[in-house]
Design a protein around this ligand. Sequence first.
Ligand code: TYC
Length: 102
Amino acid sequence: MATSNDPTDILEKQDARTKPPPMFEVALLNDDYTPMEFVVEVLQRFFGMGREKATQVMLKVHREGRGVCGIYPRDVASTKVEQVSEYARQEQHPLQCVMEEA
Ligand code: TYC
């Protein structure tokens, strides 16, 4: 049948239109070799943090193994991961930047 009085049809359509997009955490992972100063610079340059906030996040990663840099829609998160990974590679540091659905 082309039409239906089933109210769940309408509810499903509304849900599809209003559901917020999935968001992704971008995180840095600790390693033993990347200089602390380089990580602080990355957090300032790519995540818009001031020096104090960047230092706090760097120390959290250093102590706990992982730290969140920001939460973004998929394409923005993916671009940040690429930019940070490319910058670390260029500078020959093993810094790992990853994304994960929030
Ligand atoms: N553990 C590194 C050091 O002692 C510093 C560091 C912090 C490295 C955060 C990576 O994501 C990182 N030099």
